[in-house]
Design a protein around this ligand. Structure first.
Ligand code: CP
Length: 319
């Protein structure tokens, strides 16, 4: 696994991963290539490698998570780091402590990388400007979820070979989705055409300024696309009622067995999770032969190992 070549400049310079919008195509590709090198560690009898030995990674999660949090904890452990798993509910945040005070107190214990999930857009960027540790964004409000975007394009690249020329539909609650935004940046930078699909009430207000096309009909696009990424309806973020009924949403925008009959035979069906089964997609589709949903989760581990490795390397180079 030749990740650093002697005599060549290290091609990754960032000690933080805040979003994919600001990364170049080359930088995204470099992360994906690095992740490929890490994939085989998880298949060994002893699933450990030493790059982060002696380093401390804090999972600083202010919102619930199953996939991202456990995946980062496992990724850090596989690279031999010590992991602190912070949850807001069991912390002094409930007594009024601020985000920055929380992070600075953890930093005083000698941490190296903070992985943060927060409901406020910009929380990761704010921390990166105010602490010395590396900061990795694990989801900030509606803004970005960069490691989800990376694992999504990693999964597509692994199955399709390349994203160049692919048509990808991202369907559902785009307005409240940080996944849609990170996916959009990564997919378009790697050469795919992205179509946002959903009801007008779930489209972001700035959609005309984004590098995507828009459709209000899943039936219109389902036959044309190579990949369909179904987003979760984020009920916890909805102010009012964006559609008349769950049944109506599912009728027009759900990925049903019936709709799948009109899709390309090799269409990739993706979902970042957690799935509202029967709403965004029928169970037969979620568990069907075109579904790569669990492969996304598996690939997330290698991608997060790569991200932790690279930010740590960049910090070491900068010091
Ligand atoms: N995809 C994703 O972010 O899932 P979790 O909320 O479980 O981390």
């Amino acid at each position: 696994m030749a990740l650093i070549r002697k005599g060549k400049q290290f091609p990754w310079q960032h000690k933080h991963l805040l979003g994919l919008r600001e990364l170049s195509t080359e930088e995204i590709t470099y992360i994906l290539d690095t992740a490929k090198g890490f994939e085989q560690i998880s298949t060994r009898p002893v699933k450990k490698a030493p790059p982060l030995r002696g380093k401390v990674v804090v999972n600083l999660f202010f919102e619930d998570s199953t996939r991202t949090r456990n995946s980062f904890a496992l990724a850090a452990g596989r690279l031999s780091a010590d992991v602190i798993d912070f949850t807001q509910k069991a912390s002094s945040v409930s007594k009024g402590e601020t985000l920055l005070d929380t992070a600075k107190n953890l930093e005083a214990m000698g941490i190296d990388i903070v992985v943060i999930r927060h409901s406020a857009a910009g929380a990761a960027k704010f921390l990166s400007r105010n602490i010395n540790a590396c900061v990795v964004n694990a989801g900030d409000g509606y803004c970005e979820h960069p490691t989800q975007g990376l694992l999504d394009v990693y999964t597509i690249r692994k199955i399709k070979g390349s994203l160049k020329g692919l048509k990808i539909a991202i369907v559902g609650d785009i307005a409240h989705s940080r996944v849609a935004r990170s996916d959009m940046w990564a997919m378009t930078k790697l050469g795919a055409e992205v179509i946002f699909v959903g009801p007008p009430t779930l489209m972001p207000t700035e959609v005309s300024r984004l590098p995507v096309s828009v459709s209000y009909s899943l039936d219109e696009v389902i036959e044309k696309v190579d990949v369909v990424n179904m987003l979760r309806i984020q009920f916890e973020r909805l102010g009012g009622n964006p559609f008349p009924s769950i049944r109506e949403y599912s009728h027009y925008f759900g990925l049903t067995v019936e709709r799948m009959k009109r899709a390309k035979p090799d269409i990739m069906v993706m979902h970042p999770g957690p799935i509202n089964r029967g709403l965004e997609m029928e169970s037969e589709v979620a568990d069907g032969k075109n579904s790569v949903i669990l492969q996304q989760v598996t690939n997330g581990l290698a991608v997060r190992m790569a991200v932790l490795f690279l930010v740590n390397q960049a910090a070491a180079q900068a010091s």
